[in-house]
Design a protein around this ligand. Structure first.
Ligand SMILES: Nc1ncnc2c1ncn2[C@@H]1O[C@H](COP(=O)(O)OP(=O)(O)OP(=O)(O)O)[C@@H](O)[C@H]1O
Ligand SMILES: [Mg+2]
Length: 198
């Protein structure tokens, strides 16, 4: 028990370090969202091949320019977390399956959806998945911090929203919606609220 707690603490510190490094180095800049998402798919390619995930990216619902004045490093972190969850939870037995990503725009907002067709999330867990430390994968090395961090990044840094829709046995769909341009928010520290994390 002591050993597993120490390991867990070590993992937490590692992930906090990763976020603060990303935070410090991630300047607000203009990026092409379709390119950034394609880069995420490419980065995930080795995992995807091992887990037999077929990842697609649909950019046909992007009508205006895909240019976002935002935080590319953080968005990459968000998408990688969602892909890792699809690998670990949607298709847990290595059977693999589809993960469909889509980017769209509406007015002055962008949207990104990441959809899988796997196990899904039971209704009673839907509002818990963004809580720090909620995980159904403790035995697979899950800390339950991934979605809490994702949600903090999307709401505090991107000034957007994240929602989840799921039907058990049919998969789930995570949607992010955020403004096309975030005003530089000088003085914003970690997107994580200390009280929430402990
Ligand atoms: N695509 C998905 N399909 C089914 N369940 C999911 C999916 N994504 C997340 N979940 C559920 O939400 C929980 C919380 O996810 P979260 O990413 O916060 O934690 P984790 O993946 O278990 O651990 P960590 O990300 O810290 O390694 C998961 O344990 C799982 O039960
Ligand atoms: Mg996770």
């Amino acid at each position: 028990m002591l050993k597993s707690n120490v390991l867990r603490a070590h993992k937490l510190v590692e992930s906090f370090k990763k976020i603060s490094v990303a935070q410090a180095s991630d300047q607000q800049e203009t990026v092409e969202l379709p390119q950034l998402l394609q880069d995420c798919v490419d980065l995930f390619k080795i995992n995807a091949r091992q887990a037999k995930l077929i990842i697609t990216l649909d950019t046909t619902h992007l009508h205006g320019t895909g240019q976002w004045f935002g935080y590319p490093g953080h968005l990459t972190q968000v998408i990688m977390n969602l892909l890792q969850n699809a690998e670990r939870y949607a298709y847990p037995n290595g059977q693999g399956g589809a993960v469909d990503m889509s980017v769209f725009d509406e007015g002055d907002q962008f949207g990104i959806t990441v959809r899988d067709y796997g196990q899904g999330i039971p209704a009673e867990n839907l509002n818990k998945i963004f809580e720090p430390f909620f995980t159904t994968g403790r035995n697979k090395g899950g800390t339950g911090l991934g979605m809490a961090i994702v949600s903090n990044i999307v709401t505090s840094l991107f000034k957007g929203h994240i929602t989840v829709v799921s039907e058990p046995g049919k998969g789930c769909c995570l949607s992010l919606v955020f403004p096309k341009s975030v005003m530089a928010n000088v003085g914003v520290g970690l997107p994580l609220k200390a009280g929430q994390m402990l």
